[in-house]
Every structure is written in structure tokens, then in C-alpha cells.
Design a protein around this ligand. Structure first.
Ligand SMILES: O=C([O-])CC(=O)C(=O)O
Ligand SMILES: [Mg+2]
Length: 548
């Protein structure tokens, strides 16, 4: 007899029985409970006669899903399955990751967050707000599972969609689903957290179905104190927990990372995860162009978390290959809403200063391309359509194989589509995108764009940090993750224009990234316990496999 493995439940006699068992998503198997289990667990009479295999259940889920016509309806159906039977949900997601990732993650999760109040059924995770001050540890203690991994947001910058307040809870939930599906972090170890500090989104404040606190955002010291109480309480209640900051606005994201990175096991996915996935894509693109990293010139459209995160990691990689810091910095340029970021521009925020070079001001992206002659353009400003045909043609005039990364999410915010990228560069672009695009046929050739999305990176990084009991998450770990990911791209991928491995290989990818991250943790004395002989075996042995 086997019910899904629980990491928190005690002996089998402590497990719920009867109706309570059917209603526990971590243990429920629905119509797959065997005759023997139906007798032993008090289930007789609750279930129809036929005993289904897990495969038959999974096939039925997929058939039903494919019968639905809207992506939002599919999101809701998958959410319901998640609430009913976790093992089956993760089986279905893992076995059909190409088809389902876009439904539980970008782009559909963006729409789901915008509609969150309307599709809300059961809560998942913890909502913490200003009224909980002084009691956050108690609140965390209400959580019935032993969290080892928290994804936390305050909803102020959800994907490229802006302030969605408490509706942004869809993001921690979606990211944690990918942790379990893509890297086998056990679902019981995963805790989504929404710091609901209000919203400045007027439409939501006036929406009768808005689920969050109906007040404007908390700011200043009160905000910092709330975050700090949460950080302290989380580490007290769940010792060693890894905390991922997600979709905070720039003004909070850099500050919070700076404040906690040397004292707690934290990272910011939008800064560091995005950086690693972009560096990996760049390394793959260089296999196609035959160029050297240290000869590249990168022009970013955007100057926020993703842009400076990527630029910082690229600078470190260039320095590791022999460039001086000054040389490496000058190979990275930022364009924001006010034009090229240059030294003499007044009022630059701190995170942009490293990339404010000596240069006459330039007002627009196209002129910046013509002046600076980049080898790569990287879109991270959430301005949909910003890579116009003129921009793409200009890149093609300068480069034999222009590198074009349209990383903004969801699809509506993408700088250009895959089709546009290839069509306006005569099929020469080395393209990556934040949200998924289908293959493109051009001049008798099939080009297969892959997602330059941090979902290739964060699941493996979290797995490695947890498997090694890491005390901190460092930039060196993200560097190792980026090189590991790039190494897993094979020649056939490169030939068809794919800069990342195929998504169905994601569990293998995450295991290797996990081992690379754990290796850094052990080597730097940041791990807990002894170095295992077989690191990848050790990491793989901790991966949750969704079977009954
Ligand atoms: O969630 C994604 O697709 C990538 C990401 O972190 C973001 O865009 O904020
Ligand atoms: Mg994000």
C-alpha cells in the first residue's frame, strides 16, 4: 500500500483516513486508491468502483485540458487539480512541461494575476500585512508544513505588468510549482508568501473583487520594519530556509537584496536568476557566431533589475576571462525611458551608476544602436514591440549574426516576436525570448527559439542550495549555474537557433545546476555537513518524483 510520500507526516497511523484523506491534496490519489487501500483507509463507498492507474488519470486530465478553449480556463483547471491531488498535478506538469509551463507560468500567469480576484477559489500560501506586525512568527507557525523554500513578493512589479498588489500571489505560487516540477523540490517544502502592503493600482482599489488590502502601499520605515520582521520570523520558524525575492519594484529589490544577502540565505530571481539565464544564452550565441565574450558590446533596453543584474554578471564573466573591470563595464550600455544612460545625466539612481559612461547623450534606442554598434541587444524594459523592424535591420547591418534577446514578460510585453526577430534579420538573429514562442519557418528552414527565462535557472539553484544546506546564495553560484546551463546546449540545438536545451530536459538540467551550486557551497565553506562523494547522485536522490 502506498500513499504519496509525505515529508512531514509521522507514521502511517498518523495519516488522515476516509473523507479527510480524500480532501488532503498531498495524500489524495482519488480513483487510483487500490481495493486494499480503500479497505484499510476507510474509503469504502466514497469512490466509484473502477480503480484507475495514475497514467490513466493523467491522460484524462490532459484530454480535459485540451478540450478547454481559453488559457485562463486551463490555468483554473490546473489550479483545481493542484488543490485536489498534488502528485497527479506534478506528474502531469512534469510529463507535459512544454505544454503546461506556459499555462502555470508566463504568459498565462500574468493574465491569472490580473484576474486573480475573479478566479480565486482556495488560498495557497500565506498573506502577511501591516496588521500582522508583532505576530508574524505566530502566523508562520500556522503553516502546517516544514518550509525550506519561500518565494516572497509584495506584488509591486508583477512580470512587466506593474503593481498588481495581492493579486501578484499567482507569481510565488507559479514559481514554486516550477520548483517541484522542474527540479523536484518536494511541494511540502515550498511556501508562497505575499507581503500585502496595499497597492497603488487605482483600478484594483476600485475593483469590487480585489482580494487584497484596500489601501495605498505602505512605504518608508513601516515597510522596511514589516519586511524585517518577516525575514527574522521566517528564519526563526523555518531554520535554514531559502528565501527568494520575486517581482519587487526596483526601489525595493536592490535594497532588500543588499540588506540581506550577506546574512541570510536569499537571492533575487529578477536580478540574479535572469542574469544567469541571459549569460548562458549569450555563451550559446557565441558558439554560433564564433566570437569571444570579451569582444561583445551589449546594449540593454531597460535599466532596472534585469538589465543591471545581467550586466553585472556579464562583467564578472568578462573579468574572469581576462578583461579589466573598466574594459568590461564599457562593453555594457543601458538605455532607459530617458535615453542612453550617460555620466553627465543628473539624478541617476544608484544601480545605474556603474554603467553611466562618458558619452554624449542619445535620446533613443535606434540612434544608440547606430552610434554604439552593439553585437547584442537585450530587451528588459517591458515595452512591447520596442524592437521595431528598423531596430532589427540596424542590428543586421552591423552584425553578421545579431544577438537579440527579447526578455520582457508576458508575451504582450515582449520587445518583438520570434517571427519578427527572424524575418527582419534575414533569419540571422540569435534570438531568445522571455515568454515562449513557437518555431518559425523561414526560407525553408525551421528556427526554434527557446525561452531565455529564469525558469531554467532558479529551480536548480534552489535545489542545490537546499541539497547542500547552503547558508548564503552567492553570485558565484549563479555564474556556475549559467556555465552549467550553457554546457547542456548541444550542437543540434545551436544549429536550429536554440540557445537553451529543450524544456523536457529540465529535470536533468536542474540536477546539474543543483550539483554545480552545491559544489560552490561546499568549496566556499557555505554548506552544512560533509561533501558527498557523488554530488550529482546526492542532489538527484533528493528530487521529488511525483508518483503514488
Ligand atoms: O516570471 C518570469 O517569467 C520571469 C520573471 O521572473 C519576471 O519576468 O519577473
Ligand atoms: Mg520575476
Amino acid at each position: 500500500m502506498s500513499v504519496p510520500v509525505s515529508v512531514s507526516a509521522g507514521s502511517p497511523s498518523d495519516l488522515p483516513r476516509g473523507m479527510a484523506l480524500l480532501r488532503d491534496p498531498l495524500l489524495n490519489k482519488g480513483t487510483a486508491f487500490t481495493e486494499e487501500e480503500r479497505d484499510a483507509l476507510g474509503l469504502r463507498g466514497f469512490l466509484p468502483a473502477h480503480v484507475f492507474s495514475m497514467q490513466a488519470q493523467a491522460d484524462r486530465v490532459m484530454a480535459n485540458l485540451r478540450g478547454l478553449t481559453s488559457d485562463l480556463a486551463k490555468y483554473v483547471a490546473l489550479n483545481e487539480l493542484h488543490d485536489r491531488n498534488e502528485a497527479l498535478f506534478f506528474r502531469v506538469v512534469s510529463d507535459n512541461i512544454d505544454e503546461i509551463q506556459p499555462l502555470i507560468y508566463t504568459p498565462t500567469v500574468g493574465l491569472a494575476c490580473q484576474r486573480f480576484g475573479y478566479i480565486f477559489q482556495r488560498p495557497r500560501g500565506l498573506f502577511i500585512g501591516p496588521n500582522d506586525r508583532g505576530h508574524i512568527a505566530e502566523l508562520l507557525n500556522n503553516w502546517p508544513y516544514p518550509a525550506k523554500l519561500i518565494v516572497v513578493t509584495d506584488g509591486e512589479r508583477i512580470l512587466g505588468l506593474g503593481d498588481l498588489g495581492a493579486n501578484g500571489m499567482g507569481i510565488p505560487v507559479g514559481k514554486l510549482s516550477l520548483y517541484s516540477a522542474c527540479a523536484g523540490v518536494h511541494p511540502e517544502l515550498c511556501l508562497p508568501v505575499m507581503l500585502d502592503v496595499g497597492t497603488n493600482n487605482e483600478a484594483l482599489l476600485n475593483d469590487p473583487y480585489y482580494i487584497g488590502l484596500r489601501q495605498r502601499r505602505l512605504g518608508g520605515a513601516a515597510y522596511d520594519e514589516l519586511v524585517d520582521e518577516f525575514m527574522t520570523a521566517a528564519r526563526e520558524v523555518f531554520p535554514g530556509v531559502l528565501i527568494q525575492f520575486e517581482d519587487f519594484a526596483n526601489h525595493s529589490a536592490f535594497r532588500l537584496l543588499q540588506k540581506y544577502r550577506d546574512k541570510a540565505c536569499v537571492f533575487n530571481d529578477d536580478i540574479q536568476g535572469t542574469a544567469a539565464v541571459a549569460l548562458a544564452g549569450l555563451l550559446s550565441a557565441l558558439r554560433a557566431t564564433g566570437g569571444n565574450l570579451n569582444d561583445q558590446r551589449l546594449l540593454f533596453l531597460g535599466a532596472g533589475e534585469a538589465a543591471t543584474g545581467i550586466a553585472d554578471l556579464v562583467v564578472s564573466a568578462m573579468m574572469a576571462q581576462g578583461a579589466s573591470e573598466a574594459e568590461a563595464l564599457r562593453r555594457n550600455w543601458l538605455v532607459d525611458s530617458r535615453g542612453l544612460v550617460v555620466k553627465n545625466r543628473p539624478g541617476l539612481s544608484e544601480h545605474k551608476l556603474r554603467y553611466a559612461h562618458e558619452q554624449a547623450p542619445i535620446g533613443d534606442f535606434l540612434t544608440a544602436i547606430r552610434t554604439l554598434k552593439p553585437t547584442a541587444i537585450i530587451g528588459v524594459a517591458a515595452v512591447g514591440g520596442a524592437f521595431t523592424p528598423e531596430v532589427l535591420q540596424a542590428m543586421t547591418e552591423i552584425n553578421d549574426r545579431p544577438i537579440v534577446f527579447a526578455l520582457s514578460n508576458p508575451t504582450s510585453k515582449s520587445e518583438c516576436s520570434a517571427e519578427e526577430a527572424y524575418r527582419h534579420t534575414e533569419g540571422r538573429a540569435l534570438f531568445a525570448c522571455g515568454s515562449p514562442y513557437d518555431p518559425v519557418q523561414l526560407n525553408g528552414k525551421t528556427l526554434v527559439p527557446r525561452q531565455g527565462n529564469n525558469s531554467y535557472i532558479f529551480p536548480g539553484v534552489g535545489l542545490g542550495a537546499i541539497a547542500s544546506g547552503a547558508r548564503l546564495v552567492t553570485d558565484e553560484m549563479f555564474m556556475a549555474a549559467a556555465y552549467t546551463l550553457a554546457h547542456l546546449v548541444d550542437e543540434a540545438d545551436i544549429l536550429q537557433g536554440s540557445l537553451y536545451p529543450a524544456l523536457p530536459r529540465i529535470r536533468e538540467v536542474s540536477a546539474h545546476i543543483g550539483a554545480a551550486v552545491a559544489e560552490v557551497a561546499y568549496r566556499r565553506g557555505l554548506a552544512t555537513g560533509h561533501v558527498p562523494n557523488d554530488l550529482i547522485g546526492h542532489v538527484q536522490s533528493q528530487m521529488y518524483d511525483p508518483h503514488y
